[in-house]
Design a protein around this ligand. Structure first.
Ligand code: 6GU
Length: 269
């Protein structure tokens, strides 16, 4: 029937497949690993199960090297049941906004109430251009031109990224700073003029993910924590072109620190 094909129905089917294939009947936390973050995932603990997204309903095949496309079930030392998404779907892959939101919606359907979204981002301000620094997302500016909600879904976005969760993350790592994340569609990086615009409108980091997943999580009533790993300054801020391989290399170089941060933060949430 028509209702079987709604995003919510597809997410429920994927959640049922996840619970049956992992042997856990509910999860409390989802962790979406952005580009360069995958090497940090092991710090959370061993995988009870790891499922290729191709074996679950509704997931688009991963398109980009370094976005591996699996969902891992982990129970942390403190007993948190975490769904770790190793890879995500980006709007620029062309599968549509519901594909982008499907991982988060599947996690919500599997019981998740806390969603941790990580990403690799360009730094826009001098103090946020230190490559390899994690930054808490305090708010976002959605410039993707898309929205995962349709119809009269006028949901409040006053606090997309939970102040409570940011405070708890800072207890895990007091050196964490905060910034506003500008989400663009990509896949080309910004021009220097676009980077100046992003700074002018109040952005601190810029990237191609996170904002649509965060909106979908808020629609479902979950609390969101966002963390950017600054992998490079935005275009034109330094005299060097941007390179996707460098973005991934920064992730590998900082995996130890990011893994520790996520493990401590998630046990605090
Ligand atoms: Cl500079 N821009 C965007 N859109 N995404 C990025 C980035 C820059 N650096 C890492 N990811």
């Amino acid at each position: 029937t028509h209702d079987d094909h709604t995003p919510g129905a597809l997410a429920e089917r994927a959640a049922r497949a996840l619970t049956s294939q992992t042997g856990l009947d509910a999860f409390d936390t989802a962790l979406v690993m952005g580009s360069g973050w995958a090497p940090a995932a092991d710090a959370l603990g061993g995988a009870l199960a790891e499922i290729p997204v191709g074996d679950l309903p509704g997931f688009a095949p991963p398109a980009v090297a370094g976005h591996t496309g699996t969902v891992r079930a982990v129970v942390t030392g403190s007993g948190r049941k975490v769904l770790v998404f190793l890879g995500r779907t980006h709007l620029y892959e062309g599968h549509g906004v519901d594909s982008v939101a499907h991982g988060v919606r599947t996690a919500l359907a599997a019981g998740v109430r806390t969603v941790v979204l990580t990403n690799a981002a360009g730094g826009l301000r001098p103090e946020l251009q230190r490559v390899g620094d994690p930054v808490l997302i305090s708010d976002h500016i959605n410039l993707t031109g898309a929205n995962p909600l349709t119809g009269p879904a006028f949901i409040d976005l006053t606090e997309v990224y939970s102040r409570r969760l940011r405070d708890l993350a800072r207890e895990a790592d007091p050196s964490l700073t905060e910034g506003v994340y500008v989400g663009l569609r990509g896949p080309s990086y910004e021009t220097p003029a676009e980077i100046r615009m992003c700074r002018t409108i109040g952005g601190d980091m810029v990237g191609m993910s996170t904002v649509l997943e965060a909106i979908a999580a808020r629609e479902g009533g979950a609390e969101v924590l966002g963390v950017s790993l600054v992998t490079n300054p935005g275009a034109g801020l330094v005299d060097e072109p941007l390179d996707h391989q460098e973005v991934l290399a920064v992730g590998r170089a900082t995996a130890g620190r990011m893994g520790l941060l996520l493990a401590k933060a998630i046990d605090n949430l």
